[in-house]
Design a protein around this ligand. Structure first.
Ligand SMILES: N[C@@H](CCC(=O)N[C@@H](CS)C(=O)NCC(=O)O)C(=O)O
Length: 215
């Protein structure tokens, strides 16, 4: 098994964007393997062999196969040291935010998913998830009051994980600009070297990323 990081994902996927942004901000080299969700490639036997849930992303590294974007962020932080908080308390707090993200910010992804990809289903579904998504964004905005990052005094996997799934909020008609702390935090992330938005970062085809040795 190769020492190179190999990420399987899709360009429309916020779950793919999360580890991909980590790698871009860290300046690490990696290989990208595209999975065409529209054609159902994620449900084919070859993909199910590496992701039992029939989803993206998947990270392969050495003899390991990892799925679930937040588990992948945890692994990348542990093994590379990038975006890992400095104290043990903060390391656990970052994982706590990732767990909250999976409960709450997922509603932002649901609103975006049904609004953008499923115009055929009842808008009642979007209507159900929208208040939950708005509440999650409000909570994040309030938590960022008077602070630059979610945990400690530096960007961590907590920020990358939460932002990575919020990134498509506008596609669901949800506004970050209306929330000043969240908007300022987003702008801080966007100013970091290596930052890119999903459609600029995630290719539609397999690709090799050379990385940036200076970060
Ligand atoms: N909890 C998972 C969610 C993964 C997920 O929902 N992936 C979506 C793309 S963002 C997917 O593969 N959808 C295709 C499908 O479910 O068939 C994670 O964080 O990795």
């Amino acid at each position: 098994m190769t020492d190179r990081l190999i990420l399987h994902g899709s360009f429309t996927s916020s779950s793919t964007y999360k580890p991909m942004l980590f790698l871009a901000l860290s300046g690490l080299p990696f290989s990208f393997r595209t999975v065409n969700l529209k054609n159902g490639v994620q449900k084919e036997a070859a993909h199910l062999a590496i992701n039992r849930y029939g989803q993206v992303p998947v990270l392969r590294h050495r003899d390991l196969t990892l799925v679930m974007s937040n588990v992948i962020l945890d692994y990348l932080a542990r093994t590379t040291g990038h975006f890992e908080p400095r104290t043990e308390q903060h390391c656990w707090q970052a994982r706590e935010w990732l767990s909250w993200e999976n409960d709450a910010i997922t509603n932002v992804a649901r609103v975006r998913h049904f609004a953008r990809f499923r115009p055929d289903v009842s808008q009642d579904i979007v209507g159900f998830f929208r208040p939950l998504a708005e509440a999650a964004l409000d909570f994040a905005d309030k938590s960022l009051q008077g602070r630059e990052w979610l945990v400690g005094d530096a960007c961590s996997i907590a920020d990358i994980g939460c932002w990575g799934r919020m990134v498509f909020a506008a596609e669901g008609g949800l506004s970050l600009d209306a929330r000043p702390n969240l908007a300022a935090w987003r702008d801080r992330l966007m100013a970091m070297p290596g930052f890119a938005l999903p459609y600029d970062l995630i290719p539609k085809k397999d690709a090799e990323f050379a990385g940036a040795t200076s970060r």
